[in-house]
Write a protein that binds this ligand. Sequence first.
Ligand code: ATP
Length: 690
Amino acid sequence: MSPVASTLVDSPRKQPAASPLSLARLVSQLIGINVGDSVTASGIIAAALGALLFTVARVIFSYLSEYIKKMIIATVQFDSREESYAWILNYLSCHPLSRTALQFAVVSEVSRPLESRRSGPMPVALMTDNWTLGNELQWLPKAFFLPADGTHFFWFGYNLLQVSIASTGSSGGGYPMYTNKSISVSALLSRKVLENLIKEAQRLWVEVEKGRTSVYVADGGMQWRGVRSRPIRGLHTVVLDEGVKHKIVSDVTEFLRSEKWYAERGIPYRSLFYGSPGSGKTSFINALAGHFRLNIYVISLSNPNLSDDGLVRLLSLTPTRCVLLLEDVDVAFSSRDEQGDADAQDAAAATGGAPLPGPAGGGGGRGGRGGRTAPGMGRGQNVMGPMGLLGVGRQSLTLSGLLNALDGVAGQEGRVVCLTTNHIEQLDPALIRPGRVDVRLFFDRASRWQAKELFLNFYANAGTDDTDEGADAPESSTTPTPASTLTSVAQPTAAAAAAAPPAVARTPSGIAKVEALRAASAATLNELADAFAASIPERKFSMAELQLFLMKFKKDPRGAVDGIDDLLRGAEVNVGKPVEGKGGEAVALVPMPKTDAATKVGEAVTLVQTPNQESTVKEGEVEETGSSVLTPKADFQVEGPSTQTRAETNGRGEVTEKEDTAAGSADLTTVGKVAAIDSVTVARAADSAN
Ligand SMILES: Nc1ncnc2c1ncn2[C@@H]1O[C@H](COP(=O)(O)OP(=O)(O)OP(=O)(O)O)[C@@H](O)[C@H]1O
């Protein structure tokens, strides 16, 4: 036998092959069991193999079932951080499933968060001592039913769908906190069904939201949250000096129509609205957004939780077409500085040493770029947000962060960016230099012309029911009527007569009589408005103050004219009695004489350069808004409006010179280019288009 053959023959003895028994022994040694006999060992082998096979089969089965599920079951997911969540939530709240599901949730805010009170007039009984439990119940928030968390089935047409609702944790570590939710809907074999479901949910949502503006704010995790949806405020309810509204509206129209043109050239639409409190900045932005059917995304720059990164994140999540409102630019850095100082002092006290440097990346929270501090120290003591009060949230928004954000994503892609401040003089020049802020609009105290228009608007529907106060009514008109003013409701007024045609109006002669009565009443109302305006000192009261005064005579325009002395006397009496208001500023809740800033007003100017090419927006997209007047293709021509200089005191008691334009002192300032504001006629045409 050859050596090789001998080796082959001997090998089983020298190196025994792994028999089942030896394998069992090996396994038993590994798992630490002493295997005495072969029967036990075989049992262990069988068990191990069985377990192995079972695991493999389970994995294969789970993969297969997942695969088959994916092949035959279509699923769509809605996340509560996305706008689409509101669509499906609204859909489900309208679906019979919500009324029949045995496990269901009741919520008071579905499509109109924060606006959960029943709409319509306040029950009169609630304004007296006469209320009952029934009345009280009417005043509770609206209840919506929804399927509870878990799995449910419902019919969509002839398709049986499965809906699963689950909480997915809370958002961010900041304030406010929200529980995130996810809704998934599944259908058998058809994605199309789900697409149709989405379309239907969108349709319903649009129906519910028709004529409303949604407002989004940032939550603690720097995500957008829809916090409010409100009826669109008509542009005509905001009274600015003549021609101003038209100018802004036509420029925004042009901007939106030529989105691509502006984007390609990197020309944004960024505006600064500044001026006295209660002069209509917020109201105008609301009305503007409503006019263009845009939602409003609000970032309060005084939010102590806001950091550079947070700002960038928010902006990256902001939709392309919207109004992006950056509020309180003047307090953004002053309050932060104060907070920073306080923290530094606390830290110094704690360490017994010098103040510690500010947080990294924030330049100590001092304005960023080159360590420059934005002007405005001394303001905003009361601006500290909730997290500040809780001692959480160190700010790191810097001026450079804001400037970069403004230069970058904020101003592009069809976003109408609006900054607001009551104190332009406290802003860092870098923030409002030409090229960064393209439009400045000064909101002054009321001119006589504005007072008259406000009066006419205010009493336009006097005499009608509260229920008539529709989408275009001024916000304040929905304020519950104080009981003391109820007596005036019954008094006949010119406007009331004009608005409430008697029953005889059915016959032709009756109609003629009513028309005549209306004309007479309108004339009377106009005369009253003239009398009211004539009694109002020019630029002394804010529009909010005038409106507050008119509220005392909600349906009695004559009473308002007769009682004007109260307003004027109130101004004298309340000198030096400021009431603490927004941002720690003295704001008069009762009329006060003018002491506020009238910063230098620039000339009236054209706002945006207009493209010389066709609009890329689909036909009718903007037309639908009702604004048909476009900016003429003027290339920044100067047409100096007649100006008049007058001396005024600013907030610091210094005397400033102020130029009034022919059209009033609300000015539109852009990059040193000037054009005249259009005539009253055009402005009215634009307004009446609403
Ligand atoms: N120009 C205006 N036309 C019509 N109503 C106005 C005008 N200005 C102010 N009001 C009314 O006064 C109230 C306060 O106005 P608004 O909040 O728009 O002022 P603001 O300038 O934004 O004030 P602040 O700077 O304090 O935020 C609102 O109810 C609004 O209806």
